[in-house]
Design a protein. Sequence first.
Length: 129
Amino acid sequence: MDSGVTAVCRRCGGKAAADKFKLHYIYKMMVCPGCFSGKSTSKEEAAKKKEQQPPRPAGWDSDDDYLEKANKSRQEEIRTDFSRIPGSDQVRCTCAHCKYVFKFDPVRQTPTTCPYCNIEVPKFKSSYF
């Protein structure tokens, strides 16, 4: 028989019969059947994705998105730190991804990737100095 007792889910705020609640192993609390099966979490993730994108000005289009991504990649290249090693032709490179410091030969352009995380080293320009 239906006991008629309803409870509010702490995860999503929805109401369900109290005897239908189950203990979820990830959330470590009693959740409604929707949260337990994962149906309500997909709704929350979609809402979070909408919140993550900053509001765009009027007239924003795909070209502006491309330019923004290109600008970010250019800034990441600049973030890789090159500094001269006195008395040698090599430079000291700090990886932008993992912050590993290694020697880089600008003449031969070696190593082409970071020895630690295998991320490509950006093109070295002598104008850095």
